[in-house]
Design a protein around this ligand. Structure first.
Ligand SMILES: Nc1ncnc2c1ncn2[C@@H]1O[C@H](COP(=O)(O)OP(=O)(O)OP(=O)(O)O)[C@@H](O)[C@H]1O
Length: 475
């Protein structure tokens, strides 16, 4: 059986041991050491790495076998290496933080079926390849998800349809809701961290919190590299500031854009000049989804959706188009830069209430409605009186008055007339009517008739408004 040495830069990591081909021997055999660098190969005396899955800035991931389970269960061993030369105190700090974070990961893995279970965590201290020094590594052992991550899936099948991304969004938002409610921010949402099991279930992998911890001890010495993936991280994360639930929502929106457009160099869709995502020309989706994505992608964290639940509500709400001029306010340009010194080691959730999104819809005003009804009644009466003097029959007069009045109501609804127009129009109409009647009716009589019509219009409008209110309460 081949065992993979987990020491970074091991000159010959593949080791072959024929005695391990037998499961009985594998269970009982003593520790094995790398033939090239002397690194212990059976991690914690139990986990046998068989294959390198990937290597990143913070360590590596290996496929492994657990020799203490009856079926030699497959699992993933993740290795983290604190960067830099650490003093014993800093190493101890890193270890304490790692343990604390592992406890959190264990809890969320056990409680949510779409987060891999954490099986074990342990540090390993071994003599370094540099003479007289020691290396310390941290290992997490977790459930192996047998499937493909979305980055691999995208490369294989090409762009996702709107329906496919909606399903992914709904699934991952529910996982994020759970995670955020635990006070944890993932910090590294991207297609390669969303895994689809062969049975179709999606899993959220690779919480950045532990990487943060292995890095935290080094920040004491002023060396910090930050935990984020370029293109997916919003400004607050890139500038080393606080992270929020909306930090993950931003990264999830970028992930969605990548799946929808098939654009693997996702920063190509970001216009640095206007500091906005310019993606709409690259793919056609419903305005409803487009608006939701745009709101998730706003540079200012406080103007995005504040929780995964809010996005879920928006996705499931009746479709409403949010004007894009509102959802993309200009933001100060943020240049990607290394994360600043990070002394906070716990994932942060902003506690104070964040500024709410201003309402898009104009407020309804009952007074304005009644004033407009009064104007229509008053003006309608004047027009009818005026027309009756010049038109031959009462029916023609009534039809003509209704047409003119409808035009006036339409003009009010379109806001072409309003404010002082509501006084100027009746004054002019009254002048014209007096001129046409030439003494048949006095000014007082005309005004009384018009005021009566105005009051009737107000009463009828108020009655309809009341019925509408009652019906909306009942239904
Ligand atoms: N629990 C798991 N089950 C199956 N595959 C996994 C699991 N965790 C990680 N992988 C896969 O292992 C590979 C390496 O993962 P790892 O988290 O080390 O790196 P990454 O996500 O590609 O990069 P980064 O560390 O920069 O986020 C990825 O292809 C990932 O999909």
């Amino acid at each position: 059986m081949e065992i993979y040495c987990t020491r970074p830069r091991c000159p010959r990591p593949q080791n072959y041991f024929s005695d391990l081909d037998d499961h009985g021997t594998m269970r009982t055999v003593q520790q094995k050491y790398c033939t090239a660098c002397g690194m212990p190969l059976m991690l914690d005396g139990r986990y046998l790495p068989t294959k390198l899955l990937g290597r990143g800035g913070f360590g590596a991931a290996f496929l492994a076998r657990d020799r203490r389970t009856p079926g030699m269960r497959q699992c993933v061993v993740k290795q983290f290496q604190p960067a830099g030369d650490l003093s014993p105190t800093q190493l101890q700090l890193a270890q304490d933080l790692f343990e604390r974070e592992a406890v959190v990961l264990e809890q969320i893995g056990r409680q949510h079926e779409q987060i891999p279970d954490l099986y074990a965590f342990f540090p390993v201290i071994i003599p370094s390849l540099r003479a007289g020094e020691e290396d310390q590594f941290f290992y997490l052992v977790q459930e192996y998800i047998d499937g493909q991550n979305l980055e691999e899936e995208l490369a294989q099948k090409g762009k996702y349809s709107e329906q496919e991304v909606l399903e992914i969004l709904q699934e991952i938002l529910k996982v994020l809701k759970f995670v955020h409610e635990k006070g944890i921010i993932h910090r590294d949402i991207k297609p390669s961290n969303i895994m689809r099991h062969r049975n179709g279930k999606l899993f959220l992998l690779d919480f950045g919190a532990v990487k943060q911890v292995t890095n935290a001890a080094t920040s004491v010495s002023g060396v910090s590299t930050g935990i984020y993936s370029l293109g997916f991280a919003p400004p607050e994360q890139m500038s080393g500031g606080q992270v929020f639930p909306s930090t993950d929502l931003y990264a999830l929106a970028v992930t969605t854009l990548m799946l929808l457009t098939g654009e693997t160099e996702i920063t190509q869709l970001f216009d640095a000049y206007s500091n906005q995502w310019k993606w709409r020309g690259h793919v056609s989706v419903s305005p409803h989804l487009a608006d939701i994505l745009d709101k998730m992608l706003i540079s200012a964290a406080s103007q995005r959706y504040q929780s995964a639940q809010e996005v879920l509500n928006a996705l499931n709400a009746p479709q409403k188009h949010i004007p894009s001029t509102y959802i993309n306010p200009p933001q100060p340009s943020v240049t990607p830069q290394p994360q600043s010194q990070q002394t906070q080691t716990q994932p942060q959730v902003q506690k104070q209430s964040l500024s709410q999104t201003p309402p898009v819809k104009q407020q309804f005003s009952l007074v304005k409605l009644l004033v407009r009804a009064g104007f229509s009644g008053f003006e309608g009466a004047l027009i009818t009186i005026g027309l009756s003097t010049i038109l031959p029959s009462p029916i023609v007069t009534l039809v003509a008055a209704c047409v003119i009045l409808s035009g006036l109501i339409f003009a009010q609804w379109k806001r072409w007339i309003g404010g002082s127009d509501l006084l100027i129009f009746p004054a002019i109409t009254l002048g014209i009517v007096l001129f046409l009647l030439r003494g048949n009716l006095t000014v007082g009589e005309i005004v009384i008739l018009s005021v009566a019509a105005a009051l009737m219009a107000i009463a009828v409008t108020a009655l309809f408004r009341l019925i509408y209110k009652l019906l909306s309460l009942l239904l």
